[in-house]
Design a protein around this ligand. Structure first.
Ligand SMILES: NC(=O)c1ccc[n+]([C@@H]2O[C@H](COP(=O)([O-])OP(=O)(O)OC[C@H]3O[C@@H](n4cnc5c(N)ncnc54)[C@H](OP(=O)(O)O)[C@@H]3O)[C@@H](O)[C@H]2O)c1
Length: 285
């Protein structure tokens, strides 16, 4: 039995793309995998596939909409009631929304899913992660964060015109900022927190936005040159499992290497302001 047999690892957005491949890799390593998906049917189909491909039976499916605080609360109650520990939390679920949409709680959906969701889930599971040290948190970000123009007074695009890639870039910059902020907070507590850009990956991300046949064709042509989800998942699996990376924290990884994210990502004064603004939606101590 290798070291990973005892690990319990949670992956959000585990039914497709990068999240599904991470789940397969974790299951193959012998870890107990908790898949968190928002759609039961899609989650169930992925669960069956992952069991078949990996040969593992220790894979569970939990359903949650990560854009909803209420759903995250129910999810975390289920997790505390079922699992004695959590070794790895991979906040992978993410969305690109062509049209401005509001979550069930009235929050702009990109912000709610890509930023508030991972933050709320991480804070909800903090006690379990602390109980399981050394534990790891991995936030799936994007290099697109470098394009973000942050307006802390208008994070929901109420005054600015909504542009989907700008909203997406903003959400990933906020995710980076909070990643490094939490890494500082957890530094001496045995929990590492890192962000990863998985590369440009051939997945369903943003495909719903291709409404006409021409856009669908362009989407397919562009993605022809992208990484496969399997290839993109490999360095994320290393970050989750490799003993060599057990104490690496507060870093931004691309292709398995720690690289410099945007300066805004690491701006401590900006992080303080982001924390203050975020308290409108999330209790941060
Ligand atoms: N693909 C790329 O080129 C690329 C580049 C940089 C970063 N990323 C990041 O990589 C991560 C994985 O994306 P992917 O490329 O693998 O795309 P994907 O195949 O579309 O996977 C996204 C996953 O997130 C789930 N999800 C979306 N909104 C959710 C919500 N409110 N609650 C729960 N789950 C939700 C989706 O569920 P459904 O299937 O139900 O929609 C899906 O399982 C994302 O964070 C993305 O931003 C991707």
């Amino acid at each position: 039995m290798n070291d990973n047999h005892k690990k319990i690892c949670l992956v959000t957005g585990a039914n497709s793309g990068v999240g599904k491949e991470i789940s397969i890799g974790l299951a193959e390593s012998g870890a107990h995998v908790i898949m968190v998906c928002r759609d039961f049917n899609k989650g169930q189909a992925a669960l069956e596939e992952i069991k078949k491909v990996s040969g593992s039976q220790t894979i569970d499916l939990l359903i949650a909409d990560l854009s909803s605080q209420e759903s995250i609360q129910i999810l975390s109650k289920q997790i505390y009631a079922t699992y004695p520990r959590l070794d790895v939390l991979i906040n992978n679920a993410g969305a690109v929304l062509y049209k401005k949409t509001l979550s069930s709680e009235g929050i702009e959906m990109t912000l709610a899913t890509n930023y508030l969701g991972p933050l709320r889930l991480t804070l909800a599971l903090q006690r379990l992660l602390e109980k399981s040290v050394p534990s790891r948190i991995i936030n799936i970000s994007s290099d697109i964060h470098k394009w973000a123009k942050l307006d802390l007074a208008d994070l929901q695009y109420e005054r600015r015109k909504y542009q989907f890639m700008k909203a997406y870039a903003q959400s990933k910059l906020l995710l980076n900022i909070i990643t490094f902020d939490l890494a500082n907070k957890f530094k001496d507590r045995g929990i590492t927190v890192n962000a990863v850009h998985p590369g440009a990956v051939k997945t369903a991300l943003g495909s719903d936005n291709a409404h006409s046949n021409i856009l669908k064709l362009i989407d397919k042509l562009i993605k022809f040159f992208f990484l496969t989800p399997q290839k993109a998942a490999k360095p994320i699996l290393d970050l989750a499992l490799s003993p060599k990376l057990h104490d690496v924290t507060g870093k931004y990884f691309v292709k398995g290497k720690a690289v410099q994210p945007s300066l805004a990502s690491c701006d401590l004064m900006l992080a303080e302001r982001v924390r203050t603004v975020t308290k409108r939606w999330v209790i941060i101590s």
